[in-house]
Design a protein around this ligand. Structure first.
Ligand code: FAD
Length: 443
């Protein structure tokens, strides 16, 4: 059996590895339009900042290792068409410029998402960068190393924009963040993101909220960024305005897609076309609390979905347990984490919910450096079942959000989690941990 995988990073290579572990005789071919396989894009901001100075450390498994296990990999090869009736794909060799056909028994689409690039004058000027692929990271690191780059403007105040802001401050740049919405990090509720602006200001980042990019200007390279409210000097611009599924090449293939281009799949990663699977940022994902499909592009889910798709292409029938949209971010000296529904999600779904916002210390005052953690819990008003949790603080936040993730995954109530036997010793927590205290505030 020949399995062709399109896209060779998280979902694609998780599937390829799973297939080879399960059946070393399966023929696996991977087409990847970029120049790298199986890397952790999530580590790019820390490579750009110099916290990690070696891009090789981002590679989970090398091409040689994949090839050694019998997986055939083609880099800089873009799949431009899928013809399910003939079980064929058309591939463009990006170096030679030539096109050829290949056939599959099973096909997996794992093409991820592409950055959304605002359509404004000057957007293609040299000095305007993205931070999505390994190539973007290498380019940005090289550009930012120039001492002539002093003023950096980041467009977008989501997770990637803020991680890029931190990286640029780390490199000694003067940094501005321009964000269209009136607040940062939209997957989190305002009570949790509220300390983030102060943290950014404390590190010298200028914030321009509720401002829309209108133009990037300069003679031959970027010099200024214009918005609907001002004009700012810029030696370098980083676009971090979100992503959309990279599925344009599937138009006309008959593969069903959501209005945003995400491929509809079932919980076994099957598309509507026999023998065609999809996983990762190019596809919808089943949400365990919402009990419906949604679009949350994250590395965590891409890896799990990819592995499942790999097994299922070999005949298994494993179902994805569902995402909780669990995510975390470090913004200088703050950590934020979230899992399950936000209040905005609960409102949209018309759930009868309650919320509790609670501050508790990470450990008792009689051990040095106690720091406050703010949690927000979203719960079912009647049963007190936990639906979502978010937290912000200097330390100990994200691992505690993971506790909430396990509880929400298992549909526990706040009362149950509020009595779970968690570890206690003064350097780590109080006898009533911050998690207990937050849960026990749910009345
Ligand atoms: P991708 O990793 O995007 O891989 C898809 C591949 O398909 C790409 O290499 C692309 O070149 C290739 N491709 C596309 N079209 C074609 C085609 N037609 N033919 C051939 N190849 C094609 N997630 C988290 O969970 N936590 C984090 O902290 C986090 N931080 C992040 C930080 C940054 C800077 C970035 C960019 C992402 C971050 N993510 C994070 C998201 C995470 O990286 C993605 O969710 C994950 O990589 C998705 O995996 P994927 O395999 O679906 O897609």
């Amino acid at each position: 059996m020949k399995i062709v995988i399109v896209g060779g990073v998280a979902a694609g290579m998780s599937a390829a590895a799973k297939i080879k572990r399960t059946n070393p005789d399966a023929e696996v071919v991977v087409y990847e339009k970029g120049g790298f396989l199986s890397y952790g894009a999530c580590g790019l901001p820390y490579f750009v900042s110099g916290v990690n100075d070696d891009w090789r450390k981002l590679i989970a498994r090398t091409r040689e290792e994949f090839e050694k296990s019998g997986i055939r990999t083609f880099l800089r090869h873009e799949v431009v068409k899928v013809v399910p009736d003939r079980k064929q794909i058309m591939v463009k060799d990006l170096e030679q410029g030539s096109l050829f056909l290949d056939a599959y028994d099973k096909l997996m689409i794992a093409v991820g998402a592409s950055p959304i690039v605002p359509d404004v004058p000057g957007i293609r000027l040299p000095g305007v960068h993205l931070l999505k692929s390994m190539e973007d990271g290498l380019d940005l690191k090289e550009a930012a190393a120039s001492p002539a780059v002093r003023e950096v403007v980041i467009i977008g105040g989501g997770a990637i924009g803020l991680e890029a802001a931190e990286a640029m401050v780390h490199l000694g740049k003067r940094v501005r963040v321009v964000e269209l919405a009136d607040r940062l990090l939209p997957p989190y509720d305002p009570e949790i993101t509220e300390p983030v602006s102060a943290e950014l200001h404390r590190h010298g980042v200028s914030l321009h909220l509720a401002e829309q990019l209108t133009e990037i200007a300069g003679a031959g390279r970027v010099e200024r960024v214009r918005t609907d409210r001002g004009e700012y000097p810029a030696d370098l611009v980083i676009l971090a305005t979100g992503v959309r599924p990279a599925t344009g090449f599937l138009a006309g293939s008959g593969i069903r897609m959501a209005p945003n281009g995400a491929i509809y799949i079932d919980r076994e990663m099957r598309t509507n076309i026999p023998d065609v699977y999809a996983a990762g940022d190019c596809a919808v994902v089943y949400h365990r609390v919402m009990e419906e499909d949604t679009y949350i592009p994250l590395g965590t889910t891409a890896n799990k979905m990819g592995r499942l798709a790999g097994g299922n292409m070999l005949g298994r029938r494993d179902k994805f347990v569902g995402t909780l949209g669990s995510a975390a971010i470090k913004v200088f000296d703050l950590e934020l984490g979230r899992t399950g529904l936000s209040e905005a999600d609960a409102k949209k779904l018309a759930i009868d919910y309650g919320t509790a916002v609670v501050e508790a210390m990470d450990h008792p005052a009689y051990y040095p450096n106690p720091t406050p953690i703010r949690f927000k819990l979203i719960y079912d008003k009647e049963t007190k079942t936990l639906l979502g949790a978010q937290g912000v603080g200097a330390k100990g936040v994200v691992l505690r959000i993971n506790l909430f993730a396990v509880a929400i995954h298992n549909r526990m109530s706040a009362r149950e989690l509020g009595m779970v036997d968690l570890c206690y010793a003064p350097p780590f927590s109080g006898v009533w941990d911050a998690v207990h205290i937050a849960c026990n505030a749910v009345k």
